[in-house]
Design a protein around this ligand. Structure first.
Ligand code: ZN
Length: 358
């Protein structure tokens, strides 16, 4: 009974959205697609959406925020969702689903209220259908004019912004290398000062600069995985996310004979599904507590001010050793002073691995 009621209320939402949020005749351009927050497990996720045949469609990848794995099956031209024991495939343009039955290892055909469609290179799927088939609960709150999804998926939280805050330790981290222009300068400074750091490296860069990577390791610095090609993981199929991480791990083994257990996502962006993959691979997701904004071309003075103001015990400082437009002069210039200033305040520099072991 409750379920039917929700559906009725949902219809109300759809009509309301159609009338209020979508100006007529603007759906032709993706940039004009309306955007609204939809709550998953009480967290607002901003998403583009489409209305079609009175149904609300969202990008298939939106479901990664629920913790479900989302993939593309090229052979069957289908989006495949996986959540806990459930696995369903939606062939694009077809008004049915194929649902995996684990008990006898077969697929069963199910119905859809509306089909998945491709729109400007993105696959959109019916929100309510997919959520319900994956065992989620969808509720529309008319008073708040908001849609809430209870995913019923538990993903162990795995994002670290800081280490132990009771010790005056700090970790310097450098992303996006290795490369041959800034990295040697940074390594020279760290060597002179006798300070270890952590480098989150891209597989692709590692492949083209193995000798710099070797130097990083030889000089006692720690390493972390920063994907192979630096994509925004939120916009990638789950299998691509996994490949990006594993391919980089394999490249690490090739070049230095071992692989790290720490990872940093490009742009610091992950969905719950990406975190699930990291958990499966036994990798810790390392964020930061101090963002130097060095990639933006900030001056040494600006960077010093940020680091000195924002660093607290257990801090993780985000810096870069590669930037496409070579805007890291300020960052390199600030580094010796960052080290001197923080040491004067009683801080000790450690690698991420040491910081997390405290
Ligand atoms: Zn990066």
């Amino acid at each position: 009974m409750k379920c039917h009621l929700n559906k009725l209320v949902y219809k109300g939402l759809i009509i309301f959205l159609m009338m209020s949020l979508i100006p007529p005749n603007v759906l032709a351009e993706e940039s004009m697609l309306p955007e609204a927050p939809i709550y998953i497990d009480d967290e607002p996720i901003n998403t583009k959406y489409l209305m079609r045949n009175n149904h609300l469609l969202v990008p298939a990848l939106f479901f990664k925020h629920s913790g479900a794995l989302v993939d593309w099956d090229k052979e069957y031209q289908s989006v495949v969702f996986q959540a806990k024991e459930k696995k369903i495939a939606l062939p694009v343009g077809k008004k049915f689903t194929d649902e995996y039955v684990r008990a006898n290892n077969t697929w069963k055909r199910g119905t859809l209220t509306t089909e998945a469609i491709e729109f400007k290179g993105q696959i959109f799927v019916p929100l309510v259908d997919v959520a319900e088939k994956l065992g989620m609960i969808v509720r529309y709150d008319q008073e708040l004019n908001r849609t809430f999804i209870t995913s019923n998926i538990t993903v162990r939280p795995n994002s670290i912004k800081k280490g132990n805050t009771s010790k005056k330790l700090v970790a310097l981290t450098f992303d996006d290398g290795p490369e041959a222009f800034y990295t040697p300068q940074i390594l020279d400074i760290l060597k002179t000062k006798g300070v270890p750091a952590t480098f989150f490296v891209m597989g692709q860069k590692l492949r083209s600069h193995p000798e710099i990577m070797q130097r990083i390791v030889n000089e006692g610095h720690a390493i972390g995985n920063h994907t192979f090609n630096h994509p925004d993981l939120r916009k990638q199929w789950s299998s691509t996310v996994r490949e990006e991480i594993i391919k980089t791990q394999q490249e690490m083994i090739q070049v230095i004979g071992r692989k790290p257990d720490v990872f940093r996502p490009p742009y610091g962006a992950v969905t719950k599904a990406d975190v699930k993959i990291l958990n499966d691979l036994w990798m810790r997701n390392i964020m930061w507590s101090v963002d130097t904004l060095d990639w933006s071309g900030a001056s040494a003075e600006q960077i010093l001010e940020i680091v000195n103001n924002k660093t607290t015990p257990g801090g993780i400082v985000l810096q870069h050793n590669f930037q496409e437009g070579r805007l890291l002069d300020g960052s390199v210039k600030a580094l010796p002073q960052i080290i001197d200033d923080l040491q004067k305040r009683g801080y000790q520099f450690v690698t991420i691995q040491t910081l997390l072991a405290q």
